[in-house]
Design a protein around this ligand. Structure first.
Ligand code: ATP
Length: 118
């Protein structure tokens, strides 16, 4: 039981370590977190309803989580294929596209929410 708990606590420790490492070492992750903070500050002036906040926070969390996955994929690709390779390019471009799709959706939803407040 104790060893199970230790393992579980370590999982969180490693995950928080990854979170800290990503924010302090990866420019894209840092930028997404910075944008998230700015968006939250701006939206705080518009008196969002609870459901609007839930939507905004889900979208922000999804983009940051996707950025972490994107960076993990970039790291794997750089590790297995440091030289130029067409398949490596597709892997990185697909991962970047996932972030882009979610960012476009978030921008559209964010503007819809703001439009309703103006
Ligand atoms: N080994 C590779 N083989 C082929 N194309 C690559 C390779 N590495 C990178 N690329 C191309 O260059 C683009 C940018 O890759 P890069 O690793 O610099 O990511 P990035 O988007 O600049 O992210 P970050 O700034 O977080 O490192 C990729 O989307 C891909 O099109």
């Amino acid at each position: 039981m104790i060893s199970f708990l230790k393992k579980y606590v370590n999982k969180f420790r490693y995950a928080f370590g990854g979170l800290f490492h990503g924010i302090t070492h990866d420019r894209s992750i840092f930028l997404q977190c910075l944008i998230a903070v700015c968006v939250i500050i701006v939206f705080a002036f518009f008196h969002l309803t609870m459901i609007e906040w839930v939507i905004v926070l889900i979208l922000i969390g999804s983009i940051i989580a996707l950025e972490f996955i994107n960076s993990a994929i970039e790291t794997i690709v750089d590790f297995i294929s440091p030289e130029y390779n067409e398949k490596a390019k597709i892997m990185k471009d697909y991962a970047a596209a996932a972030v882009l799709v979610m960012s476009i959706v978030a921008a559209v939803v964010g503007l819809m929410i703001l439009k309703g407040k103006l």
